[in-house]
Design a protein around this ligand. Structure first.
Ligand code: TPP
Ligand code: SF4
Length: 322
């Protein structure tokens, strides 16, 4: 078996997800899939359910994937990748089977199929491309949408301001099934990204990768900020980098200190309306999450920040206002 990948220099040069697709410039999904496919390589069968990825990469009869590729319905990624693997076993075919599903297709509509595949310990790789809403159909809220975010189904008005629930912890649900491997990934922390994809590729059993994939129109931001936002998500605690293996969770990157959540929210029009009370609520929730993941091994989180004293100043494009 080839050497394990540790840095960007170890990345293979061959692309299996080709340019010429129709993703928005700066799309986090496209960045994640291109790099995951480079690592997974040619002996990989790909399944994509209804999502942005299917729309921008595989309009019949074309496909941006160089690999064997399937597409059926929205809610069944866990079931279809199970079936592909069973067919491979029967035919004596080697190689990885990967499903790339959105957060809507994983947290909500595909949850049962994903959970079933995890619980049965199917020998497949499940990648959740989390852009935090149903983007392909016009930015509807999902279980992955963060607290306070505007979407077309969590609108901003006099009665309510954006989504009222906190983001669902899908990793906890996956881990409850005792998978072979589960990890969170960021497109801004690339060595960590490479190691986790390479590790998942080499393992057997149910493997789950959860990638934060910034979305330009859905987050009401600019194309050039996708990687920066992925980084800020980690620095503010909105996203935590860890892996779960052999019954234990291990954080793979710890920020030196916690930045205030407004650093992450500011460049995104979807949060522009947030009240000071909501900002404080989100900040407090993040502090709990920070301790949950990092314990007390890093400097104190900025739980003391009172957003009443520090009003949020948005520097996003005013044309993308909500
Ligand atoms: C059972 C079912 N419900 C709804 C739809 C319509 N639909 C297709 S794609 C999609 C949104 C996909 O959202 P997500 O999984 O988050 O992926 P994204 O588009 O954000 O990449 C919806 C609602 C469908 N195809 N099938
Ligand atoms: S809408 Fe969002 S997820 Fe869909 S292609 Fe554009 S940037 Fe990517």
């Amino acid at each position: 078996m080839s050497e394990e990948m540790a840095t960007i220099k170890d990345m293979p040069n061959n692309d299996y997800f080709l340019s010429g697709h129709g993703a928005c410039p700066g799309c986090g999904v496209a960045i994640a899939v291109k790099n995951i496919m480079r690592i997974l390589g040619p002996d990989t069968t790909v399944y994509v359910p209804a999502s942005c990825l299917i729309v921008f990469s595989a309009l019949y009869p074309t496909s941006a994937f160089r690999n064997p590729f399937l597409f059926t319905a929205f809610e069944n990624t866990g079931a279809v990748i199970t079936g592909i693997k069973a067919a491979q076993r029967r035919r004596g075919v080697q190689g990885n089977v990967v499903g790339f599903a959105g957060d809507g297709g994983t947290f909500d509509i595909g949850l049962q199929a994903m959970s079933g595949a995890a619980e049965r310990g199917e020998d497949v790789l499940y990648v959740c491309l989390d852009n935090e809403a149903y983007m392909n159909t016009g930015i509807q809220r999902s279980g992955a949408t963060p607290f306070g975010a505007w979407t077309t189904t969590s609108p901003v008005g006099k009665v309510r301001q954006g989504k009222r629930q906190m983001k669902k912890d899908i990793m906890d649900i996956v881990i409850a099934n005792q998978p072979a491997y589960a990890a969170t990934l960021s497109i801004a922390h690339f060595s960590d990204f490479i190691k986790k994809v390479d590790k998942a590729k080499r393992m057997k059993g149910f493997r789950f990768l959860h990638v934060l994939t910034p979305c330009v129109p859905g987050w009401k931001t600019e194309s050039i900020r996708s990687v920066e936002l992925a980084r800020l998500a980690v620095e503010t605690g909105m996203w935590t980098l860890y892996e779960w293996e052999f019954g234990e969770a291990r954080s793979t990157y710890r920020p030196k200190e916690m930045r205030p959540v407004t650093d992450y929210l500011m460049p995104q029009g979807r949060f522009r309306h947030m009240s000071k009370d909501d900002l404080n609520l989100l900040q407090r929730w993040l502090c709990e999450k920070w301790y949950y993941h990092y314990g007390h091994e890093v400097e104190q989180p900025v739980c003391h920040i009172n957003h009443e004293e520090k009003p949020m100043h948005f520097d996003g494009d005013p044309l993308h206002g909500v």
